[in-house]
Write a protein that binds this ligand. Structure first.
Ligand SMILES: *Cc1c(COP(=O)(O)O)cnc(C)c1O
Length: 412
């Protein structure tokens, strides 16, 4: 029990957890099923360009309610192939509150990411700011379904139609989420899922573009496979961005666990909300009850003025207790190189959110009892926020909590 700040592990109390709790532990599903699939690939000596990837593509297309799924080795590459296939050039409008891959995928192609501010109520791109950013050099808008909350899809599609722009979505967080009751995946010209180990469905590493545009899908398949056409002949420049059969074996197995994982995440999310209700300066970002969500991210906002301690100090407090929280996403893209030097821009709502955001551990490995104990730590620290801040400052050696090893799969 954490009754007072002397009980906090940061100040010498015993750590709440003996084993670290993480954000984004992979959901690996039924191990026997995974090895069955892997063994089939090994028995057939068929490790790539095979039936497992095709099956995975079918399942993902089905889950997203779209006609085409093009699986790739990761989502960053999928974004890059999509930006190319969609013919983007010049400037691409996007939010800065996203993982840097959304921007890097454009920058690596010589495109210019134009960052615009978020709607503070949702954390997603402000559609009016996006509309106002359109210039003669703009070729596309990329919306991001941050933490599974849908971007302002209708408004961005309107901006796209008005100015003749491509409208694409980074849906890395949003498999199984809905917008106005319709599944994410079929909006804009195309959407991109990630199956990185930290996402709700993983394929070790992996990604996919989903789209109802058959021509675009064919173009993407070609770019993914050395620029080859349906008959195998090379018809353009392309790369190798294929997903392997082993990755698809995991993807299929992880996908089978989806419903169970989402149910668990949903319960964790509701418990975090109720356990932290009324804690000054701490709020858990709610989900729209009218939409489906995968609840993969439990996002808290720590307002230093209300809580008496900064988000980063709370993160240290938690880490000392073996609770490894993450800053999704802080710093924001425009605060990172090369963007901050190349095209400085001020985005007040984004900067404020980046200063406050904290992702808390959830997923199948985090139980209700764990959530209760994590919230007890947060309540204890926030109840005496100013004293925690003073004491952390006074502690001569600002001894950072002993480093908790983060498995390399979770390093970001
Ligand atoms: C994880 C993530 C990506 C990148 O996905 P990878 O599969 O790791 O390349 C892109 N955008 C967002 C918003 C992400 O969270």
């Amino acid at each position: 029990m954490k009754l007072g700040i002397d009980d906090l592990a940061l100040f010498g109390g015993p750590a709440t957890f003996t084993e670290p709790l993480y954000v984004g532990r992979p959901s690996t599903g039924d191990r026997a099923r995974f090895f069955e699939r892997l063994n089939r690939a090994l028995d057939d000596m068929w490790l790539t360009n095979g039936t497992l990837v095709r099956e995975f593509e079918d399942r993902v297309a089905e889950a997203a309610g779209v006609r085409n799924c093009v699986a790739t080795c990761n989502a960053t590459t999928a974004l890059q192939l999509l930006y190319m296939a969609a013919g983007l050039s010049g400037e691409v409008i996007m939010p800065s509150m996203t993982y840097v891959a959304t921007a890097h995928a454009a920058r690596m192609l010589g495109l210019t990411p134009v960052f615009r501010d978020i709607d503070p109520a949702t954390g997603c791109l402000d559609p009016r700011a996006a509309e106002a950013a359109v210039t003669s050099r703009t070729s596309g808008v990329v919306g991001v379904h941050l933490w599974g909350r849908p971007a302002p899809i209708a408004e961005l599609e309107k901006t796209g139609a008005r100015h003749g722009l491509r409208v694409l979505f980074d849906a890395a967080h949003a498999l199984g989420c809905t917008y106005r009751g319709r599944r994410i995946g079929g909006f804009g010209d195309a959407e991109v899922f990630s199956f990185h180990a930290t996402k709700v469905v993983n394929s070790f590493e992996g990604g996919a573009v989903v789209t109802d545009d058959d021509g675009l899908a064919q173009h993407l398949r070609s770019l993914r496979t050395f620029g080859s056409g349906t008959d195998g002949r090379i018809e353009r420049a392309g790369t190798n961005a294929k997903m392997s059969e082993a990755a698809a074996a995991m993807g299929l197995t992880s996908l089978e666990a989806f419903d169970r994982v989402v149910l668990h995440n949903r319960e964790n999310h509701a418990l975090y909300r109720s356990e932290l209700r009324g804690v000054a300066g701490v709020s858990v970002v709610p989900f729209d009850e009218g939409e489906s969500s995968n609840h993969q991210y439990v996002i808290a906002r720590i307002d230093e003025a209300g809580a008496g301690l900064h988000r980063d100090l709370l993160m240290r407090v938690l880490k000392a207790e073996n609770v490894v929280a993450r800053r999704y996403f802080s710093p924001a893209c425009h605060q990172l190189e090369p963007y901050r030097s190349e095209r400085p821009v001020e985005l007040p709502h984004t900067e404020r959110l980046a200063e406050q955001v904290l992702a808390l551990p959830t997923g199948p490995a985090v139980s209700a009892a764990d959530v209760r104990r994590i919230c007890e730590i947060v309540r204890c620290a926030a109840a005496s926020g100013r004293r925690v801040t003073d004491r952390a400052r006074r502690t001569a050696d600002p001894a950072p909590a002993p480093p908790v090893p983060v498995p390399s799969g979770l390093r970001r």
